[in-house]
Design a protein around this ligand. Sequence first.
Ligand SMILES: *[C@@H]1O[C@H](CO)[C@@H](O)[C@H](O)[C@H]1NC(C)=O
Length: 320
Amino acid sequence: MKITSSLLPLLLIFWAIESQVTAQKPFPPVKPAPPPGKPNPPVKPKKVKCRSKLFPACFGQFQFCPVDCPRTCYVDCVSCKPVCSCNIPGAVCQDPRFVGGDGVTFYFHGHKDQNFCLLSDPNLHINSHFIGKRSPKLSRDFTWVQSIGILYDDHKLLIGAKKTSTWDDTEEHLFISFDDTPLSLDGANWKYRNSSLLITRTSSTNGIAVEVENSFKITATVVPIGAEESRIHGYDIRDDDCFAHLELGFKFYKLSDVVDGVLGQTYRRNYVSKMKVSSNMPVMGDIPKYSVSGIFDTDCTVSRFGRWNRNPMLNAGDVL
Ligand SMILES: *[C@@H]1O[C@H](CO)[C@@H](O)[C@H](O)[C@H]1NC(C)=O
């Protein structure tokens, strides 16, 4: 009893000092109100880790994706740092921005609801389906890659983003089918192997890596267009569709020197970029050249698929 009463004045003094200090603190800056319409779900940066045991000092350590790419990054095991997947050669992201095999960044807008040939080589062909919106202010569509169709050997692999009006990171928005059979994608540790094909998850939902031995590796992540991104770029995305789309990373192990397609041509040894490097938004034109009728068709004018292994009249030495 006695102790409490003698402590009381002391506590009061502390309280007075503390509240004065608080009062003197400058007010925190007022945050601008979020744009009207869709609520902006905060993006939690994804946790990633180095998956190669060849780098024991880094292997298995969790790291967070940088703020510039909260959903699409990986750990570079050499530097042991997270790297944005969209800034390295073979990346196809956003309103599609490509980083070519030659390291040059460019845009290819195509047209919404149409298919384009990303890569065509005698034994590998990759098409993409574009979704998007007509821009009232520009003479083009805003476009994103909704799915890709891959032909290799005699196989057909489809990877796509499901249409959705709401976004939840923990929900699966990916769909995959192999030789016309949809794969289940059950569980966070789901993986699929069928002869030379291996599909593994890069995160518990919405991210996979697809590898075909000695041919290619593709990472695919489904991401939505956030309200903030929509506001900045003027996409005017409405509540009924958050334009879930793919962000892709390509690696090729065995391309020929006749490889073509929007992305494919940039891997040719003799490829000279037509992009003006000085331009701050280099755009690849010639859209009709890459247009293809369906996700598994090979009728684009730049097609190279099947010529060597399917046409017995042609010898490997012939000039295509
Ligand atoms: C492997 O793919 C073939 C089609 O190319 C299919 O018939 C077979 O069922 C698949 N095997 C497995 C284990 O999924």
